[in-house]
Design a binder for this molecule. Structure first.
Ligand SMILES: Cc1cc2nc3c(=O)[nH]c(=O)nc-3n(C[C@H](O)[C@H](O)[C@H](O)COP(=O)(O)OP(=O)(O)OC[C@H]3O[C@@H](n4cnc5c(N)ncnc54)[C@H](O)[C@@H]3O)c2cc1C
Length: 463
């Protein structure tokens, strides 16, 4: 077996992992970012908006590394706008092709050593300390030894392989469905928005009091029109979609969500497809789902072209490079976030990141649970929900955090994932000591919060 060595290994190059690696390197740690796929950025590259970064009142609650990433997108002409979905949330829209460049620039410029197409298949653990991760790539197997680790694998692979406890799967039903994101170019915004203004019953609007602000549905579709962006959520129980589903022209789904990615290409990102799986980690399941998902992409694109003004001359312009997975393993941490933590917008002295997205649990067919955070505010994500029980030198970040199913249904979006990643990377770097095992619990949350604030994180001062 080959060997490599560094201070901190970050496993996973999605939204949490890139923020963790950048924060770790900027705080002085020799950092290696290990990513199984061919690109860095994960779901940031599909074109979906960055949710969980602006609360429903319009306050930005995730910043720091995220701001730097968005600044790079802006410089390269790939930032669209902060937008209101006039339903539940506000978010950042951007061009995913420019995002590919921005993510790479951010990570490499921070001095991170990157290993793509490199899959972690095992860990070495001595007592409560993980001493190395075994990866496989074209060079064969390599043991990467490090003093501390961030598990940003989405599926908690590192913690799982180290034998750390996982939270039990919570029903009812399957985990959230898997989806294939896609994009369509050549979409005319004006006729689309006029159609929405004339058919308020077709679209999801005003599901949060903070967003509705006492407006009628008709007044909200006027706001969508005035916003002037192809930011539209067709709803599965509205006549347009419901009848198409009944006719067999469209698969059963809760929403067709469209958001702008690149005005020059008249392009929107579309989130609509879904396949419900008992275990999204089972290779056979995900492989079979791929077949249905690509068919759904084609069907949905045809449905839009035939039925929705503005799409007449549109065409498919891109598809996610992988099946999108929302919910798999979650670590059991020192603290398990509760539904109340999220829904009541609880603030805490040990918060190291924030979230604000509604509890958003996609279900089979046309089902979806959507519950807003109280008063359109935000909640704090405590350090304990990032610390896997039984491991002294590992911090988790992203959608594998320690949270109940409902809390996870909110915290899993990318604004929060990036904030958690920044906290995890900063903590691992701060915890390094000469010739001694790292204990990530020894730093203390106050010192971590102080450093995070110095580096642009938002930890207080918002609703
Ligand atoms: C279809 C869909 C739509 C969504 N819509 C939105 C939205 O509109 N806005 C929003 O903000 N969020 C959205 N989300 C949620 C959000 O995208 C994810 O929850 C978030 O990106 C998770 O980030 P992460 O970094 O924790 O994990 P991931 O993005 O899953 O990244 C983990 C990375 O680790 C790598 N990896 C995993 N295991 C290994 C291993 N053993 N070895 C090496 N590498 C490994 C993977 O290749 C991957 O790149 C959506 C999710 C899906 C699936």
């Amino acid at each position: 077996m080959n060997a490599k060595e560094c201070d901190v290994v970050v496993l996973g190059g999605g939204s949490a992992g890139i923020a963790a690696a950048v924060a770790s390197a900027r705080n002085g740690a020799r950092t290696i970012l290990v990513e199984g796929g061919p690109m860095l950025g994960g779901e940031l590259l599909t074109g979906m908006t960055i949710d969980g970064a602006i609360n429903a009142r319009g306050e930005q609650i995730s910043a720091g590394v995220l701001d730097d990433l968005l600044a790079l997108c802006r410089q390269m002409g790939g930032f669209v706008a902060p937008l209101n979905d006039w339903r539940l949330i506000q978010y950042f829209a951007y061009d995913p092709e420019i995002m590919k460049i921005a993510v790479a620039q951010l990570v490499y410029d921070a001095g991170v050593e990157v290993l793509v197409q490199t899959y972690a298949e095992d860990v070495v653990r001595v007592g409560e300390t993980v001493t190395g991760v075994v990866v496989r790539n074209k060079s064969g197997r390599t043991l990467i030894s490090a003093k501390a680790f961030v598990d940003a694998s989405g599926d908690a692979d590192l913690c799982f392989m180290a034998g750390a406890p996982m939270l039990p799967a919570e029903g009812p039903g399957n985990p959230q469905p898997v989806s294939m994101m896609f994009r369509m170019a050549g979409v005319e915004t004006e006729p689309l928005l006029r159609f929405v203004r004339e058919n308020p019953d077709y679209v999801a609007v005003g599901e949060s009091d903070a967003i509705r602000g006492g407006r009628t549905d008709q007044q909200i579709v006027e706001e969508i029109y005035k916003q002037g962006q192809p930011c539209v959520f067709l709803k599965g129980n509205g006549d347009l979609m419901r009848k198409a589903i009944e006719r067999g022209e469209l698969f059963a789904t809760a929403l067709i969500m469209m958001q702008p990615t690149a005005p020059a290409r008249k392009e929107v990102c579309i989130n609509a497809t879904r396949v419900s799986l008992k275990d999204p980690l089972a290779p056979e399941s995900i492989s079979n789902a791929l077949r249905s998902l690509v068919q759904q992409v084609h069907q949905c694109a045809q449905f839009l072209i035939r039925n929705v003004p503005g799409f007449e001359k549109a065409s498919l312009s891109g598809m996610s490079p992988r099946v999108g997975i929302r919910e798999t393993r979650r670590i059991e941490g020192d603290y398990v976030m509760t539904p109340e933590d999220v829904l009541e917008g609880r603030k805490r002295a040990d918060g190291v990141a924030k979230g604000c997205h509604h509890v958003d649990i996609h279900q089979d067919g046309t089902g979806q649970i959507r519950i807003p955070v109280a008063n359109g505010g935000s909640y704090d994500i405590p350090l304990g929900s990032l610390l896997p029980k039984g491991l002294g030198n590992v911090v988790a970040a992203g959608r594998c955090l320690s949270a109940s199913r409902e809390a996870h249904g909110s915290a899993r979006v990318m604004g929060g994932c990036m904030a958690m990643g920044q906290a995890a990377g900063t903590l691992t770097a701060m915890s390094l000591r000469q010739n001694a095992a790292v204990d990530v619990r020894a730093i203390g949350v106050e010192r971590l919060r102080t450093r995070l604030l110095e580096q642009g994180a938002v930890l207080a001062g918002t609703a």
